[in-house]
Unconditional design. Structure first.
Lengths: 117, 115
């Protein structure tokens, strides 16, 4: 079974600064997808960014980028120019590419990000 | 366009009761997945339904059941409620069952409190 570990329960960053959230995972599979989801106090999970394991190029979405290290099974999220609206719980998630796994996401425990003005 | 909608938003039950949670996927989405998120933890996968059939089940007891209707909406049922069932229940919909084009969109969840 796959596992996802987020070793930072809490992180804080000053507005306009850069912060990196860590995630490691364990799998024996070669084809999979990795995600970062954001969960603000409104509770709704919002997709921030996703990475296909077969792609060597790191995914970027505006101020959000990832550092995907497949051999090390590491998938960190970098938030540049942090904004007050970035404050939320961030979850790293894994999904297998096997057809039998369907949509099943395996989540980490989350990192609570605080943005200080 | 409406996103994933869940009802009710908050529910209070007592131990031993039964509860039904509802989810309407994004229009055109045929897959619905359910997750349980206990306070302070990441969501745990419960079920996936695709084209009205169960396509995956997580490590949950038989007290948990679900179904998907012809309009692709879904219900999650939990029988004989325990205090440990208190959690946020999230529904996610996606266009396809899995693979590269599968992106899940989540609803705001139903907060279940068992007293």
């Amino acid at each position: 079974a796959q596992t996802v570990t987020q070793s930072q329960p809490e992180m804080s960053v000053q507005e306009a600064e850069t912060v990196t959230l860590s995630c490691t995972y364990d799998t024996s599979e070669s084809d999979y997808y990795l995600f970062w989801y954001k969960q603000p106090p409104s509770r709704q999970m919002i997709l921030v960014i996703r990475q296909e394991a077969y792609k060597q190029q790191n995914a970027t979405e505006n101020r959000f980028s990832v550092n995907f290290q497949k051999a090390a099974k590491s998938f960190s999220l970098k938030i540049s120019d942090s904004q007050l609206g970035d404050a939320a719980m961030y979850f790293c998630a894994y999904r297998s590419d096997k057809e039998t796994s369907g949509s099943r996401l395996t989540f980490g425990e989350g990192t609570q990000l605080t943005v200080n003005p | 366009d409406a996103g994933v909608t869940q009802s009710p938003t908050h529910l209070i039950k007592t131990r031993g009761q039964q509860v039904t949670l509802r989810c309407s996927p994004i229009s055109g989405h045929k897959s619905v997945s359910w997750y349980q998120q206990v306070l302070g933890q990441g969501p745990q996968f419960i079920f996936q339904y695709y084209e009205k059939e169960e396509r995956g089940r997580g490590n949950f007891p038989d007290r948990f059941s679900a179904r998907q209707f012809p309009n692709y909406s879904s219900e999650l049922n939990v029988n004989a409620l325990l205090l440990g069932d208190s959690a946020l229940y999230l529904c996610a919909s996606s266009l396809v069952r899995g693979g590269g084009k599968n992106i899940q969109y989540f609803g705001a969840g139903t907060r279940l409190s068992v007293l």
